[in-house]
Design a protein around this ligand. Sequence first.
Ligand code: XIL
Length: 471
Amino acid sequence: MNEISVRVRRRTPGRGRLLAGVLTVATVIASLAVTTLARAEPSGPPGTTLKAAAERSGRYFGAAMGRDRLSDNGFLTIANREFDMMTAVNEMKPDATQPNRGQFDFRAGDAIYNWAVQRGMRVRGHTLAWHAQQPRFWSTLSGGALRTAMIDHINGVMTHYRGKLAAWDVVNEAFAENGSRRSSNLQSTGNDWIEVAFRTARNADPSVKLCYNDYNIENWTYAKTQGVYNMIRDFKARGVPIDCVGLQTHFTGGSSLPGNFQTTLSSFAALGVDVALTEADVTNASASQYQGLTQACMNVPRCIGITTWGIRDSDSWRGNENPLLFDRNSNPKSAYTSVLNALNAASTTVPGTTPSSPGPSSSTPPVSEPSGPCTATYRMTNSWGGGFQGEVTVTNTASGTRNGWTVTLTLPGGQTLVNVWNAVNTGTSGTVTFRNAAHNGSLGANASTSFGFVANGSGGTAPGNLGCTSP
Ligand code: XIL
Protein backbone atom coordinates (compact mmCIF):
# COMPACT_ATOMS: atom_id res chain seq x y z
CA MET A 1 0.00 0.00 0.00
CA ASN A 2 1.48 3.31 -0.97
CA GLU A 3 0.12 6.37 0.78
CA ILE A 4 1.19 8.78 -1.92
CA SER A 5 -0.69 6.90 -4.58
CA VAL A 6 -3.77 6.65 -2.45
CA ARG A 7 -3.69 10.38 -1.99
CA VAL A 8 -3.41 10.88 -5.73
CA ARG A 9 -6.44 8.71 -6.24
CA ARG A 10 -8.42 10.67 -3.66
CA ARG A 11 -7.99 13.81 -5.71
CA THR A 12 -10.31 12.22 -8.23
CA PRO A 13 -13.68 13.80 -8.88
CA GLY A 14 -16.17 14.21 -6.14
CA ARG A 15 -19.13 12.04 -5.44
CA GLY A 16 -21.50 14.61 -6.93
CA ARG A 17 -19.70 15.10 -10.22
CA LEU A 18 -19.13 11.54 -10.97
CA LEU A 19 -22.57 10.04 -10.81
CA ALA A 20 -23.92 7.07 -9.29
CA GLY A 21 -26.08 6.93 -6.32
CA VAL A 22 -27.23 3.48 -5.42
CA LEU A 23 -30.48 4.03 -7.23
CA THR A 24 -28.77 4.93 -10.47
CA VAL A 25 -26.64 1.83 -10.31
CA ALA A 26 -29.62 -0.34 -9.57
CA THR A 27 -31.53 1.11 -12.49
CA VAL A 28 -28.65 0.61 -14.83
CA ILE A 29 -28.09 -2.94 -13.77
CA ALA A 30 -31.74 -3.66 -14.30
CA SER A 31 -31.61 -2.24 -17.81
CA LEU A 32 -28.37 -4.03 -18.64
CA ALA A 33 -30.00 -7.26 -17.59
CA VAL A 34 -32.65 -6.75 -20.24
CA THR A 35 -30.04 -6.32 -22.93
CA THR A 36 -28.43 -9.67 -22.12
CA LEU A 37 -31.49 -11.88 -22.11
CA ALA A 38 -30.25 -13.34 -25.37
CA ARG A 39 -28.29 -16.52 -24.68
CA ALA A 40 -24.55 -16.31 -24.76
CA GLU A 41 -23.08 -17.87 -27.88
CA PRO A 42 -20.75 -20.39 -26.30
CA SER A 43 -22.52 -23.60 -25.49
CA GLY A 44 -21.37 -26.14 -22.98
CA PRO A 45 -21.28 -26.02 -19.21
CA PRO A 46 -20.61 -22.73 -17.41
CA GLY A 47 -17.07 -22.09 -16.24
CA THR A 48 -16.46 -22.73 -12.54
CA THR A 49 -13.41 -20.44 -12.36
CA LEU A 50 -13.02 -16.84 -13.48
CA LYS A 51 -10.69 -17.77 -16.34
CA ALA A 52 -12.84 -20.65 -17.57
CA ALA A 53 -15.92 -18.44 -17.53
CA ALA A 54 -14.11 -15.62 -19.35
CA GLU A 55 -12.59 -17.94 -21.94
CA ARG A 56 -16.03 -19.14 -23.02
CA SER A 57 -16.42 -15.83 -24.83
CA GLY A 58 -12.79 -15.50 -25.94
CA ARG A 59 -11.92 -13.21 -23.06
CA TYR A 60 -9.37 -13.38 -20.24
CA PHE A 61 -9.57 -12.75 -16.52
CA GLY A 62 -6.43 -11.23 -15.05
CA ALA A 63 -4.86 -10.19 -11.77
CA ALA A 64 -1.90 -8.08 -10.70
CA MET A 65 0.89 -9.40 -8.53
CA GLY A 66 4.05 -8.08 -6.96
CA ARG A 67 7.30 -10.02 -6.73
CA ASP A 68 6.68 -10.65 -3.03
CA ARG A 69 3.67 -12.80 -3.93
CA LEU A 70 5.95 -15.34 -5.63
CA SER A 71 6.57 -16.83 -2.19
CA ASP A 72 2.96 -16.57 -1.05
CA ASN A 73 1.40 -19.96 -1.66
CA GLY A 74 -2.07 -18.79 -0.75
CA PHE A 75 -1.89 -16.16 -3.47
CA LEU A 76 -0.27 -18.46 -6.02
CA THR A 77 -2.88 -21.17 -5.55
CA ILE A 78 -5.75 -18.81 -6.37
CA ALA A 79 -3.81 -17.12 -9.16
CA ASN A 80 -3.09 -20.43 -10.83
CA ARG A 81 -6.63 -21.69 -10.45
CA GLU A 82 -8.64 -18.60 -11.41
CA PHE A 83 -6.59 -16.31 -13.69
CA ASP A 84 -5.12 -16.47 -17.19
CA MET A 85 -3.54 -13.00 -17.46
CA MET A 86 -1.04 -11.37 -15.13
CA THR A 87 0.21 -7.80 -14.64
CA ALA A 88 3.19 -6.83 -12.50
CA VAL A 89 2.06 -4.32 -9.87
CA ASN A 90 5.33 -2.35 -9.86
CA GLU A 91 8.06 -4.52 -11.37
CA MET A 92 7.83 -3.41 -15.01
CA LYS A 93 7.48 0.30 -14.24
CA PRO A 94 10.20 2.71 -15.36
CA ASP A 95 11.88 3.07 -11.95
CA ALA A 96 12.05 -0.70 -11.58
CA THR A 97 13.31 -1.55 -15.06
CA GLN A 98 15.89 1.24 -15.45
CA PRO A 99 17.08 2.31 -12.01
CA ASN A 100 20.12 4.09 -13.45
CA ARG A 101 20.66 5.50 -16.92
CA GLY A 102 21.40 2.73 -19.38
CA GLN A 103 21.32 0.09 -16.64
CA PHE A 104 18.26 -2.06 -17.07
CA ASP A 105 17.11 -4.52 -14.46
CA PHE A 106 14.52 -7.09 -15.49
CA ARG A 107 15.00 -9.58 -12.68
CA ALA A 108 11.79 -8.81 -10.81
CA GLY A 109 9.68 -8.38 -13.94
CA ASP A 110 11.06 -11.58 -15.41
CA ALA A 111 10.35 -13.53 -12.25
CA ILE A 112 6.67 -12.62 -12.49
CA TYR A 113 6.62 -13.12 -16.24
CA ASN A 114 8.20 -16.56 -16.01
CA TRP A 115 5.92 -17.73 -13.24
CA ALA A 116 2.87 -16.66 -15.24
CA VAL A 117 3.75 -18.01 -18.68
CA GLN A 118 4.94 -21.29 -17.23
CA ARG A 119 1.36 -21.75 -16.05
CA GLY A 120 -0.14 -20.90 -19.42
CA MET A 121 -1.01 -17.32 -18.53
CA ARG A 122 -0.33 -14.29 -20.64
CA VAL A 123 1.22 -11.10 -19.30
CA ARG A 124 0.29 -7.43 -19.71
CA GLY A 125 3.22 -5.02 -19.58
CA HIS A 126 2.68 -2.07 -17.22
CA THR A 127 3.96 0.61 -17.92
CA LEU A 128 6.52 2.45 -20.07
CA ALA A 129 5.88 6.19 -19.76
CA TRP A 130 4.17 7.68 -16.71
CA HIS A 131 4.46 10.78 -14.53
CA ALA A 132 4.94 8.57 -11.45
CA GLN A 133 7.48 5.91 -10.50
CA GLN A 134 10.07 7.28 -12.91
CA PRO A 135 13.79 6.50 -12.81
CA ARG A 136 15.41 8.98 -10.45
CA PHE A 137 17.69 10.30 -13.19
CA TRP A 138 14.67 11.49 -15.21
CA SER A 139 14.10 14.17 -12.57
CA THR A 140 17.38 15.78 -13.58
CA LEU A 141 16.34 15.95 -17.25
CA SER A 142 13.96 18.07 -19.28
CA GLY A 143 13.18 18.99 -22.88
CA GLY A 144 14.98 17.02 -25.56
CA ALA A 145 17.14 15.17 -23.08
CA LEU A 146 14.10 13.80 -21.22
CA ARG A 147 12.39 12.98 -24.51
CA THR A 148 15.45 11.01 -25.56
CA ALA A 149 15.53 9.25 -22.21
CA MET A 150 11.89 8.22 -22.63
CA ILE A 151 12.56 6.86 -26.11
CA ASP A 152 15.64 4.99 -24.89
CA HIS A 153 13.62 3.54 -22.03
CA ILE A 154 10.84 2.30 -24.29
CA ASN A 155 13.36 0.75 -26.66
CA GLY A 156 15.34 -0.87 -23.87
CA VAL A 157 12.39 -2.43 -22.08
CA MET A 158 10.43 -3.44 -25.16
CA THR A 159 13.46 -5.05 -26.76
CA HIS A 160 13.84 -7.23 -23.68
CA TYR A 161 10.18 -8.30 -23.76
CA ARG A 162 9.89 -8.39 -27.55
CA GLY A 163 7.34 -10.97 -28.69
CA LYS A 164 6.58 -12.07 -25.13
CA LEU A 165 3.72 -9.92 -23.90
CA ALA A 166 0.03 -9.65 -24.76
CA ALA A 167 -0.05 -5.86 -24.43
CA TRP A 168 1.90 -2.90 -23.14
CA ASP A 169 0.45 0.07 -21.30
CA VAL A 170 2.68 2.38 -23.30
CA VAL A 171 1.46 5.57 -21.63
CA ASN A 172 -0.28 5.69 -18.25
CA GLU A 173 -2.45 8.43 -16.74
CA ALA A 174 -1.52 11.34 -19.02
CA PHE A 175 -4.79 13.26 -18.66
CA ALA A 176 -6.05 15.63 -15.97
CA GLU A 177 -9.55 15.49 -14.54
CA ASN A 178 -10.67 18.46 -16.65
CA GLY A 179 -9.87 16.62 -19.87
CA SER A 180 -6.67 18.44 -20.73
CA ARG A 181 -3.25 16.91 -20.51
CA ARG A 182 -1.89 16.35 -17.03
CA SER A 183 1.05 18.62 -16.37
CA SER A 184 4.18 16.56 -15.90
CA ASN A 185 7.81 16.61 -16.89
CA LEU A 186 6.95 14.40 -19.87
CA GLN A 187 4.15 16.73 -20.98
CA SER A 188 6.63 19.62 -20.76
CA THR A 189 8.74 17.97 -23.46
CA GLY A 190 5.95 18.80 -25.95
CA ASN A 191 2.36 17.77 -26.58
CA ASP A 192 3.47 15.11 -29.05
CA TRP A 193 5.21 13.05 -26.36
CA ILE A 194 2.42 10.47 -26.27
CA GLU A 195 2.42 9.78 -29.97
CA VAL A 196 6.21 9.63 -29.98
CA ALA A 197 5.96 7.00 -27.26
CA PHE A 198 3.51 4.93 -29.30
CA ARG A 199 5.50 5.19 -32.54
CA THR A 200 8.65 4.20 -30.69
CA ALA A 201 6.80 1.28 -29.14
CA ARG A 202 5.46 -0.03 -32.45
CA ASN A 203 8.95 -0.05 -33.92
CA ALA A 204 10.42 -1.73 -30.87
CA ASP A 205 7.91 -4.62 -30.86
CA PRO A 206 5.53 -4.75 -33.83
CA SER A 207 3.62 -7.74 -32.45
CA VAL A 208 2.49 -6.52 -29.03
CA LYS A 209 -0.73 -4.57 -28.55
CA LEU A 210 -0.13 -0.97 -27.56
CA CYS A 211 -2.51 0.51 -24.99
CA TYR A 212 -3.24 3.87 -23.44
CA ASN A 213 -4.24 3.34 -19.78
CA ASP A 214 -5.99 5.70 -17.35
CA TYR A 215 -8.41 6.03 -14.39
CA ASN A 216 -11.64 8.02 -14.14
CA ILE A 217 -12.37 7.49 -17.81
CA GLU A 218 -15.30 5.14 -17.15
CA ASN A 219 -18.06 7.79 -17.17
CA TRP A 220 -18.82 8.68 -20.79
CA THR A 221 -19.89 12.24 -20.04
CA TYR A 222 -16.91 13.05 -17.83
CA ALA A 223 -14.43 15.58 -19.25
CA LYS A 224 -11.42 13.32 -18.78
CA THR A 225 -13.09 10.47 -20.66
CA GLN A 226 -13.81 12.82 -23.54
CA GLY A 227 -10.25 14.11 -23.49
CA VAL A 228 -8.85 10.60 -23.84
CA TYR A 229 -11.48 9.67 -26.42
CA ASN A 230 -10.54 12.67 -28.58
CA MET A 231 -6.88 11.75 -28.41
CA ILE A 232 -7.55 8.16 -29.50
CA ARG A 233 -9.80 9.38 -32.31
CA ASP A 234 -7.09 11.77 -33.44
CA PHE A 235 -4.44 9.02 -33.28
CA LYS A 236 -6.61 6.72 -35.37
CA ALA A 237 -7.28 9.47 -37.92
CA ARG A 238 -3.59 10.27 -38.28
CA GLY A 239 -2.30 6.71 -38.22
CA VAL A 240 -0.52 6.93 -34.87
CA PRO A 241 -0.21 3.26 -33.82
CA ILE A 242 -2.55 2.40 -30.95
CA ASP A 243 -4.44 -0.87 -30.40
CA CYS A 244 -6.21 -0.62 -27.08
CA VAL A 245 -7.46 1.51 -24.23
CA GLY A 246 -7.17 0.31 -20.66
CA LEU A 247 -9.78 1.60 -18.24
CA GLN A 248 -8.35 1.12 -14.79
CA THR A 249 -11.83 0.84 -13.21
CA HIS A 250 -10.86 1.83 -9.69
CA PHE A 251 -14.24 2.50 -8.18
CA THR A 252 -14.13 4.39 -4.91
CA GLY A 253 -16.77 6.17 -2.90
CA GLY A 254 -16.29 9.15 -5.20
CA SER A 255 -16.36 7.35 -8.51
CA SER A 256 -18.60 4.31 -8.46
CA LEU A 257 -19.85 2.38 -11.46
CA PRO A 258 -21.31 4.89 -13.93
CA GLY A 259 -24.62 4.08 -15.57
CA ASN A 260 -23.11 4.74 -18.97
CA PHE A 261 -20.05 2.50 -18.59
CA GLN A 262 -21.08 0.27 -21.47
CA THR A 263 -21.49 3.34 -23.69
CA THR A 264 -17.94 4.36 -22.82
CA LEU A 265 -16.59 0.92 -23.71
CA SER A 266 -18.50 0.66 -26.98
CA SER A 267 -17.62 4.23 -27.95
CA PHE A 268 -13.91 3.61 -27.53
CA ALA A 269 -14.23 0.28 -29.34
CA ALA A 270 -15.99 1.99 -32.24
CA LEU A 271 -12.78 3.93 -32.85
CA GLY A 272 -11.13 0.64 -33.79
CA VAL A 273 -9.34 -0.22 -30.55
CA ASP A 274 -9.78 -3.05 -28.07
CA VAL A 275 -10.82 -2.05 -24.58
CA ALA A 276 -9.94 -3.76 -21.32
CA LEU A 277 -10.63 -3.22 -17.64
CA THR A 278 -7.08 -3.17 -16.34
CA GLU A 279 -7.01 -2.51 -12.58
CA ALA A 280 -10.49 -3.16 -11.26
CA ASP A 281 -11.22 -2.75 -7.56
CA VAL A 282 -14.42 -1.52 -5.92
CA THR A 283 -14.88 -0.14 -2.41
CA ASN A 284 -16.16 -2.95 -0.17
CA ALA A 285 -16.37 -5.17 -3.27
CA SER A 286 -19.94 -4.13 -4.04
CA ALA A 287 -21.42 -7.19 -5.74
CA SER A 288 -23.78 -5.08 -7.84
CA GLN A 289 -20.99 -2.84 -9.10
CA TYR A 290 -18.76 -5.83 -9.90
CA GLN A 291 -21.67 -7.47 -11.68
CA GLY A 292 -22.38 -4.28 -13.63
CA LEU A 293 -18.80 -3.63 -14.71
CA THR A 294 -18.40 -7.23 -15.82
CA GLN A 295 -21.66 -7.25 -17.70
CA ALA A 296 -20.81 -4.00 -19.47
CA CYS A 297 -17.61 -5.62 -20.72
CA MET A 298 -19.40 -8.81 -21.77
CA ASN A 299 -21.85 -6.74 -23.82
CA VAL A 300 -19.09 -5.13 -25.90
CA PRO A 301 -17.39 -7.49 -28.37
CA ARG A 302 -14.06 -5.66 -28.27
CA CYS A 303 -13.90 -5.63 -24.48
CA ILE A 304 -11.28 -8.35 -24.34
CA GLY A 305 -10.81 -8.92 -20.63
CA ILE A 306 -10.86 -7.78 -17.03
CA THR A 307 -7.99 -7.55 -14.55
CA THR A 308 -8.40 -7.00 -10.81
CA TRP A 309 -5.60 -5.10 -9.04
CA GLY A 310 -4.64 -7.96 -6.75
CA ILE A 311 -6.53 -11.07 -5.72
CA ARG A 312 -7.31 -10.92 -1.98
CA ASP A 313 -8.02 -7.78 0.04
CA SER A 314 -4.64 -8.31 1.68
CA ASP A 315 -3.02 -7.81 -1.76
CA SER A 316 -4.74 -4.52 -2.48
CA TRP A 317 -3.17 -1.08 -2.56
CA ARG A 318 -6.54 0.00 -1.14
CA GLY A 319 -6.55 -2.80 1.39
CA ASN A 320 -8.52 -0.91 4.04
CA GLU A 321 -11.41 -0.67 1.57
CA ASN A 322 -11.57 -4.45 1.03
CA PRO A 323 -12.12 -3.95 -2.71
CA LEU A 324 -11.21 -7.33 -4.24
CA LEU A 325 -13.02 -10.58 -5.06
CA PHE A 326 -11.33 -12.71 -2.35
CA ASP A 327 -11.16 -11.96 1.37
CA ARG A 328 -8.06 -12.16 3.56
CA ASN A 329 -8.69 -15.86 4.15
CA SER A 330 -8.73 -16.54 0.40
CA ASN A 331 -12.48 -17.10 0.37
CA PRO A 332 -14.41 -15.82 -2.64
CA LYS A 333 -16.91 -13.08 -1.74
CA SER A 334 -20.38 -12.55 -3.12
CA ALA A 335 -18.84 -10.21 -5.71
CA TYR A 336 -16.89 -13.21 -7.01
CA THR A 337 -20.11 -15.08 -7.69
CA SER A 338 -21.68 -12.11 -9.45
CA VAL A 339 -18.61 -11.70 -11.66
CA LEU A 340 -18.51 -15.43 -12.43
CA ASN A 341 -22.19 -15.47 -13.39
CA ALA A 342 -21.84 -12.36 -15.57
CA LEU A 343 -18.85 -13.90 -17.36
CA ASN A 344 -20.76 -17.10 -18.00
CA ALA A 345 -23.74 -15.15 -19.35
CA ALA A 346 -21.67 -13.16 -21.87
CA SER A 347 -23.80 -12.09 -24.81
CA THR A 348 -20.91 -11.35 -27.17
CA THR A 349 -17.65 -13.06 -28.09
CA VAL A 350 -14.37 -11.33 -28.90
CA PRO A 351 -13.89 -11.17 -32.69
CA GLY A 352 -11.03 -13.28 -33.96
CA THR A 353 -10.74 -15.47 -30.88
CA THR A 354 -11.58 -19.08 -30.28
CA PRO A 355 -14.04 -19.25 -27.42
CA SER A 356 -13.36 -22.31 -25.33
CA SER A 357 -16.76 -23.82 -26.03
CA PRO A 358 -17.67 -24.12 -29.69
CA GLY A 359 -19.92 -21.34 -30.91
CA PRO A 360 -20.82 -20.11 -34.38
CA SER A 361 -17.80 -17.83 -34.60
CA SER A 362 -15.29 -20.59 -33.92
CA SER A 363 -16.69 -23.45 -35.94
CA THR A 364 -15.46 -22.38 -39.38
CA PRO A 365 -12.35 -24.28 -40.41
CA PRO A 366 -9.55 -22.14 -41.83
CA VAL A 367 -9.43 -21.81 -45.58
CA SER A 368 -6.06 -22.48 -47.16
CA GLU A 369 -5.56 -21.49 -50.75
CA PRO A 370 -2.23 -22.07 -52.39
CA SER A 371 -2.37 -18.55 -53.73
CA GLY A 372 -0.25 -16.43 -51.59
CA PRO A 373 3.26 -15.30 -51.52
CA CYS A 374 3.81 -14.81 -47.80
CA THR A 375 6.50 -16.23 -45.58
CA ALA A 376 6.54 -17.46 -42.00
CA THR A 377 9.61 -17.60 -39.79
CA TYR A 378 9.83 -19.08 -36.33
CA ARG A 379 11.94 -18.33 -33.29
CA MET A 380 11.80 -19.55 -29.73
CA THR A 381 11.58 -16.56 -27.37
CA ASN A 382 11.74 -18.30 -24.03
CA SER A 383 12.00 -21.79 -22.51
CA TRP A 384 11.89 -23.51 -19.14
CA GLY A 385 11.70 -27.05 -17.84
CA GLY A 386 8.69 -28.57 -19.54
CA GLY A 387 7.64 -25.68 -21.73
CA PHE A 388 8.60 -22.89 -24.09
CA GLN A 389 7.31 -19.82 -25.87
CA GLY A 390 7.49 -19.35 -29.64
CA GLU A 391 6.96 -16.48 -32.05
CA VAL A 392 6.09 -16.69 -35.74
CA THR A 393 6.60 -13.67 -37.98
CA VAL A 394 4.41 -13.51 -41.07
CA THR A 395 5.62 -11.33 -43.95
CA ASN A 396 3.65 -10.37 -47.02
CA THR A 397 6.15 -10.70 -49.85
CA ALA A 398 3.68 -9.51 -52.49
CA SER A 399 3.61 -6.02 -53.93
CA GLY A 400 0.00 -5.44 -52.88
CA THR A 401 -1.94 -5.60 -49.66
CA ARG A 402 -2.79 -9.09 -48.42
CA ASN A 403 -6.06 -9.63 -46.62
CA GLY A 404 -5.80 -12.67 -44.40
CA TRP A 405 -3.16 -15.33 -43.92
CA THR A 406 -2.88 -18.86 -42.63
CA VAL A 407 0.29 -20.37 -41.23
CA THR A 408 0.71 -24.13 -41.04
CA LEU A 409 3.40 -25.88 -39.05
CA THR A 410 4.05 -29.28 -37.54
CA LEU A 411 4.89 -29.46 -33.85
CA PRO A 412 7.34 -32.26 -33.02
CA GLY A 413 6.03 -35.10 -30.85
CA GLY A 414 5.57 -34.12 -27.21
CA GLN A 415 4.87 -30.45 -27.94
CA THR A 416 1.33 -29.26 -27.20
CA LEU A 417 -0.02 -25.72 -27.47
CA VAL A 418 -1.47 -24.27 -24.29
CA ASN A 419 -1.99 -20.66 -25.35
CA VAL A 420 -1.99 -18.66 -28.61
CA TRP A 421 -2.25 -14.90 -29.11
CA ASN A 422 -2.57 -12.67 -32.19
CA ALA A 423 -3.78 -15.66 -34.24
CA VAL A 424 -6.52 -18.29 -34.06
CA ASN A 425 -5.30 -21.87 -34.02
CA THR A 426 -6.91 -25.06 -35.16
CA GLY A 427 -5.39 -28.04 -33.36
CA THR A 428 -2.91 -28.08 -30.51
CA SER A 429 -0.43 -30.80 -31.54
CA GLY A 430 1.00 -32.30 -34.69
CA THR A 431 0.05 -30.24 -37.72
CA VAL A 432 -1.53 -27.01 -36.54
CA THR A 433 -2.90 -24.05 -38.51
CA PHE A 434 -2.95 -20.46 -37.33
CA ARG A 435 -5.33 -18.05 -38.97
CA ASN A 436 -4.83 -14.31 -38.60
CA ALA A 437 -6.75 -12.54 -35.82
CA ALA A 438 -9.22 -9.79 -36.69
CA HIS A 439 -6.69 -7.02 -36.14
CA ASN A 440 -3.66 -8.34 -38.03
CA GLY A 441 -4.98 -9.95 -41.23
CA SER A 442 -4.35 -6.99 -43.48
CA LEU A 443 -0.69 -6.68 -44.45
CA GLY A 444 0.61 -4.05 -46.83
CA ALA A 445 3.41 -4.79 -49.31
CA ASN A 446 6.41 -6.25 -47.43
CA ALA A 447 4.70 -5.70 -44.09
CA SER A 448 5.08 -8.16 -41.23
CA THR A 449 3.14 -9.18 -38.18
CA SER A 450 3.78 -11.75 -35.48
CA PHE A 451 1.82 -14.14 -33.37
CA GLY A 452 2.94 -16.12 -30.36
CA PHE A 453 2.25 -19.25 -28.41
CA VAL A 454 3.16 -21.12 -25.27
CA ALA A 455 3.56 -24.88 -25.53
CA ASN A 456 4.22 -27.77 -23.20
CA GLY A 457 7.17 -30.00 -24.01
CA SER A 458 10.76 -29.32 -24.92
CA GLY A 459 11.33 -26.45 -27.35
CA GLY A 460 14.70 -27.90 -28.41
CA THR A 461 13.33 -28.95 -31.80
CA ALA A 462 11.75 -26.21 -33.89
CA PRO A 463 8.44 -26.83 -35.68
CA GLY A 464 8.69 -28.31 -39.15
CA ASN A 465 6.87 -27.77 -42.47
CA LEU A 466 6.45 -24.07 -41.79
CA GLY A 467 4.31 -22.55 -44.51
CA CYS A 468 2.16 -19.51 -45.17
CA THR A 469 -0.85 -19.29 -47.46
CA SER A 470 -3.35 -16.59 -48.18
CA PRO A 471 -5.93 -15.84 -47.02
C1 XIL B 1 0.14 1.17 -7.57
C2 XIL B 1 0.65 -0.05 -6.85
O1 XIL B 1 -0.41 -0.92 -6.60
C3 XIL B 1 1.34 0.35 -5.57
O2 XIL B 1 1.97 -0.76 -4.98
C4 XIL B 1 2.37 1.42 -5.83
O3 XIL B 1 2.91 1.87 -4.61
C5 XIL B 1 1.75 2.58 -6.56
O4 XIL B 1 1.15 2.11 -7.76
N1 XIL B 1 -2.77 3.14 -11.25
C6 XIL B 1 -1.77 2.41 -11.85
C7 XIL B 1 -0.98 1.46 -11.03
O5 XIL B 1 -1.60 2.48 -13.07
O6 XIL B 1 0.32 1.34 -11.49
C8 XIL B 1 -0.99 1.82 -9.58
O7 XIL B 1 -0.34 0.78 -8.84
C9 XIL B 1 -2.40 2.01 -9.10
C10 XIL B 1 -3.04 3.14 -9.85
